[in-house]
Design a protein around this ligand. Structure first.
Ligand SMILES: [Ca+2]
Ligand SMILES: [Ca+2]
Ligand SMILES: [Ca+2]
Length: 234
């Protein structure tokens, strides 16, 4: 029996009507943050299947992890009606990730339970072995990018391997089609060597739900606004 957290009890913001109307011509007419967690407080988190938390040696950031060849699940419930979801988070890759090649591939994936895989890729954080390649920002097996490609931070967390600084942070914004009040997401590491050699964590996890109205609904909203304006002028 899975437990779902009442997302309404967590940080929730509604886009003001003006912003909603202004965004009416764009892809997302409204967005609502239904979950946000920086893991800095120590309370129990029933929405996560693991409550493992660590603090970075440099700058003292607390995050969810460290994990290795593990899957950790985020369960959310009571979501506002929506047509798509945006998942944002910081991915901490710690120590000697080898990317596409032996001893690897060193893989990280995010899957919607009962739905699509929204991220499946490899990373390299393995200086000074500059010959290694990673798949990210392409999917696993489809990219040959230099190590740390796309990283927003390098060697800022304070982890080392044989005295050499060895960590990187990637920021992810993943938008995918989704409907229904429940959302479960699996974050999965695989192909990794032992946890003191290759590990990972999550920080600043945020989930927003978006409603993309059908063109007909947009036209109706426009008509409604126009007739409201006419009534006001009379
Ligand atoms: Ca944090
Ligand atoms: Ca390694
Ligand atoms: Ca490896």
């Amino acid at each position: 029996m899975e437990r779902y957290v009442h997302a309404g009890a967590l940080a929730r913001r509604r886009a003001p009507l003006a912003a909603l109307l202004a965004a009416g011509l764009g892809a997302s007419a409204s967005a609502e943050i239904v979950y946000s967690n920086n893991f800095e407080s120590s309370g129990w988190m029933p929405e996560w299947t693991s409550n493992a938390r660590s603090t970075t040696p440099i700058s003292g950031r607390t995050f969810l992890g460290e994990f290795n060849n593990d899957a950790v699940r985020l369960n959310l419930g009571d979501l506002t009606a929506h047509t798509e979801v945006t998942l944002s988070f910081d991915f901490y890759a710690i120590r000697t990730w080898d990317g596409n090649t032996w001893p690897g591939p060193d893989n990280f994936a995010v899957r919607v339970v009962g739905g699509d895989t929204i991220l499946d890729t490899t990373f390299v954080v393995s200086e000074p072995e500059n010959w290694r390649t990673q798949s990210y920002p392409a999917p696993t097996g489809q990219g040959e990018y230099a190590q740390r490609t796309g990283a927003v931070e390098n060697n800022t967390l304070g982890y080392t391997w044989k005295g050499i600084a060895c960590d990187a942070v990637w920021h992810m914004d993943l938008t995918f089609a989704h409907t229904g009040p429940y959302l479960a997401l699996d974050f999965i590491g695989s192909g990794l060597q032992p946890i003191d050699d290759e590990s990972w964590g999550l920080d600043n996890v945020q989930v927003s739900v978006n409603s993309v109205p059908a063109p007909g609904a947009l036209a109706l909203a426009g008509l409604g606004a126009a007739s409201a304006l006419r009534r006001k002028r009379r």
